[in-house]
Design a protein. Structure first.
Length: 161
């Protein structure tokens, strides 16, 4: 059996002595988080996507929220102390994060950007995030993810929690 190829995110988790599990699945191209959760029988509430925004002052911010929810840009801006934030265009994701669309994870981006995880993550012992490439997931406790990314939690989704 060949050596397991770890992503940068997994190497960082190992270095930080964080407990996590890996889940792999077949995926040749980008599929949104809801379709992946459906395919793998995972609850939307526990499956989180990573979104990157750009603040009015030019800084980047990372938001992690359930796959079936939309980012509330006003709440997101308030959570990071910005006047406003806008979604990073897909074509800029790799240059800013080092990851591709569908493989973006809050762990191990090119730089450490301020990170906010939706507060509902605290309702679970473990949440599911991208593993750093298509077809890979990291299953991790919210507390470990918060610790490793120096994140904070806030309600940053549209509508009710």
């Amino acid at each position: 059996m060949g050596k397991e190829l770890k992503t940068n995110a997994m190497r960082i988790l190992d270095r930080e002595k964080a407990a996590y599990r890996i889940n792999t699945y077949d995926c040749g191209e980008f599929i949104d988080g809801c379709h992946i959760a459906d395919r793998l029988g995972q609850p939307y509430e526990q499956s989180f996507k990573t979104l990157v925004t750009k603040g009015k002052n030019g800084g980047y911010f990372v938001f992690v929220l359930p796959v079936d929810k939309e980012l509330d840009l006003k709440a997101a801006a308030a959570a990071v102390g910005e006047k406003s934030v806008s979604m990073l265009p897909v074509k800029e994701i790799n240059a800013v994060t080092g990851y591709i669309r569908g493989g973006c994870t809050p762990i191990g981006m090119k730089k450490r950007y301020p990170t906010v995880i939706h507060e509902s993550c605290l309702d679970f012992d473990e949440i599911i995030i991208s593993g750093g490439r298509l077809g890979e997931q990291i299953i991790i406790s919210p507390q470990e993810l918060i610790r490793v990314t120096s994140a904070k939690t806030a309600n940053v989704i549209l509508g009710n929690r």
